[in-house]
Design a protein around this ligand. Sequence first.
Ligand code: CAA
Length: 282
Amino acid sequence: MEIKTVGVIGAGTMGHGIAQVFAHAGFAVQLVDVAQPMLDRAHAAIARSLGKFVEKGTLAPADRDGILGRIWMTTSLDLLTGADYIVEAIAEDADAKRALFASLDAIAKAEATLASNTSSISITTLGAATKRPDRVLGMHFMNPVPLMPLVELIRGQDTSPESMRIAFEICARLGKTAVEAADYPGFIANRILMPMINEAIYAVMEGVGTPEAIDTVMKLGMNHPMGPLTLADFIGLDVCLAILTVLHDGLGDPKYRPCPLLRRMVAAGRLGQKSGQGFYTY
Ligand code: CAA
């Protein structure tokens, strides 16, 4: 089956970035969100991001208009009946994702693939919520999606080799490098990234260094583009806590226990860039 129409569910930071890169690669995109204001914000964010490429001269103004014209926004999930490939990018809530996959299974055409952009939730349990677990897989993009070249592809217990092949082919069309990971908590990216961020937060809590000192060590000493605390603020401290909880619960090893300071900051509503306050003030 030739994949032409792609549904993206959830118009938050990841969802609108995913919609943008699919449209950039020539796919017709249906971007779905329950809230119209989210769709309006997504449209503005995509236009802003494409504008940066135009400013740099890497995208022609006419191509920007073409990309925007290929993204169709809707609040109705039922309109995804025509989609050949669907990527879910709603909030990191396992129950909400399972319920959505069950609904998508009923709506989407039989041959459509259902992918999840989850950063840590089990792909196997999402597949089990459908009658097509062979066509369910993880497609984990990195933020900011238009700039980051990696996609982690997660093979669930029953994901078929054909579904993996299709996903690798799509990533190549998106200009992304795909890497396969098995369905264990946190997959590869967050299994390694989150313990580093968590350790940096322990180092703040124990007074080993200030956030600025810790970030400077990792930026200048290890050549990371962002220090771990700046990155945690960028990802969202609530998202970091949710991922660490999945690692801790799923692997049962105390080395993954979320730092108490992280829990306290999330409880206080200090979520990083999006709330204006995290380890830094925005
Ligand atoms: N669209 C288009 N262009 C963008 C953009 C976007 N969304 N965001 C930034 N840019 C452009 C900027 O305009 C700028 O362009 P110029 O160089 O022409 O000025 C360029 O990208 C660099 O941006 P900045 O100068 O603002 O900042 P920077 O040099 O620090 O780069 C960054 C920004 C690419 C985000 C870089 O800091 C970086 O790579 N950080 C690490 C990101 C990372 O680790 N992401 C993964 C997070 S983990 C995750 O996503 C998964 C998970 O499950 C938690």
